[in-house]
Write a protein that binds this ligand. Sequence first.
Ligand code: FAD
Ligand code: DLZ
Ligand code: SF4
Length: 506
Amino acid sequence: MRTLRLILGDQLSKSISSLKNCDKKNDIVFMCEVMEEATYVKHHKKKIVFLFSAMRHFAEELKSNGYNIQYTKLNDNENAGSFKKEIERQIQKFNINKIVVTHPGEYRVLKDIQSYSEEFKIDVEILEDDRFLATTKDFNAWAKGRKQLRMELFYREMRKKHNILMDGNNPEGGKWNYDSENRKPPEGSLFLPKTYNTPVDNITQEVIKLVEEKFNNHFGNIEPFFFAVTRSQALEALDKFINERLCDFGDFQDAMLEGEPWMYHSHLSFYINCGLLLPKECIQAAEEAYKNKKAPLNAVEGFIRQILGWREYVRGLYWLKMPEYKSLNFFDAQKRLPDFFWTANTDMNCLKQCIQETKENAYAHHIQRLMVIGNFSLLTGLNPMEVNEWYLLVYADAYEWVELPNVTGMILFADGGYLASKPYAASGTYINKMSNYCANCKYSVNQKNGEKACPFNYLYWDFLARNREKLKNNHRIGMMYKTYDRMPEKKKVQITKDSQKFINSL
Ligand code: FAD
Ligand code: DLZ
Ligand code: SF4
């Protein structure tokens, strides 16, 4: 009788709870590449290459550390195709009587794993994922009794609890949040360091061949492939960010430039989410840089807030609200995704750039996801199920626990305001201020109506008008109705007409 320790594709950390107290001689450590995971949504090809390569490298590392590793490759003849069937096969092969696994990141997978004890008549132990800084229990306790949840309040608690960027009982520098200093528009003369780039080794090369063969009809480009796939490479990527980009991260956090997908962001989400980096070590590295005067407080606080605040907050919210959260549709938005979400073939230059970069890199930075693609999805009333599926499959850092709250809560306001206090809706003016996209666009950002007008300009007002009953009492957006009401009737009719024409053309 033996114990099987299951390691999922986003659990590639040696300190993972499922490996604690492992009996290296007897226990089986099991990992598998399965068709079901790669196709339940048709993940970006680069994402599959990244994850399979990182899994294979991680398995090699565990093996050299003396663990008894069983690894099923996607193209192994006996591969049974799903977690459940693969587990069943291992139970029979090794006479397994107990499964130990760290809490998975997705509700769907949790339900699957919970069914094993009944189905296979074995003991299943699901352990806390202690790579997160807040347990789901901690989060639920914090959320209890609150009508609305606000990230900022949660974040302050986390700062205090973990003693991060604190000066005694007060926040470092006297303020909790330095966002007001972090909204600089891009400057043409910015020096942008290159993102982390590492040569492809034999393991990755083999995976690239496999993915080209098996997932040829999935979205996205595989090459050039430059992601880190091992722990030591991911640490180099962290180092590179801290030394080369963190100092400007804050100032240009919201800026977008044509042909510059990476800006001053960290590009660490792939590695943090699959376990190659731990969130805590990224936070500590940034805090250390502040203490050593390598980076200013607005940059360091901003970066730490994303990980200690937003990342932990969306994860807590996901587990608090699932499974209901997945079917929310506050605005009853029903429009299907336009084709250009797959081809980038649109005259709207901002969308063209962001979708093309997504296709090339399986990455877009936060403001591209939020204020360009997200804003468009909100204003045109795209169906939340379809938008969620798109975001889940196109980004190499996407797992449902982090993708769903960002899409349903943050961009679509489909939860009616549980995550965000108001919809992130904006006209073309915002995109023009924060990017240089409009200079190369067929549409004119300065025109408000008509054939040549930037569609965001009329869609913004039409969205507010269409959803008035649901939004009029929102104190953060309610004042916009006063502006709308002051518009001449003729202008309002034109807004509706332009918007209907545009939406029908999608
Ligand atoms: P940076 O800008 O350098 O930020 C540092 C780190 O903070 C990130 O690596 C990430 O771990 C964390 N972080 C920042 N913002 C968020 C956030 N809103 N939620 C959770 N963590 C955050 N992030 C994902 O990791 N996976 C997703 O599937 C995902 N989907 C998103 C969908 C939408 C519609 C939006 C608006 C945001 C989404 N995000 C997602 C959040 C954010 O856009 C990405 O984490 C970020 O762009 C990753 O790039 P980076 O590592 O360069 O981040
Ligand atoms: C995303 C993904 C993919 C594409 N493939 C696998 C796989 O073959 N094997 C595996 O263990 N994990 C994979 N994953 C990650 C899982 O989907 C992830 O563990 C769940 O989404 C839970 O967060
Ligand atoms: Fe986007 Fe409008 Fe600017 Fe064109 S004009 S790039 S559609 S914001």
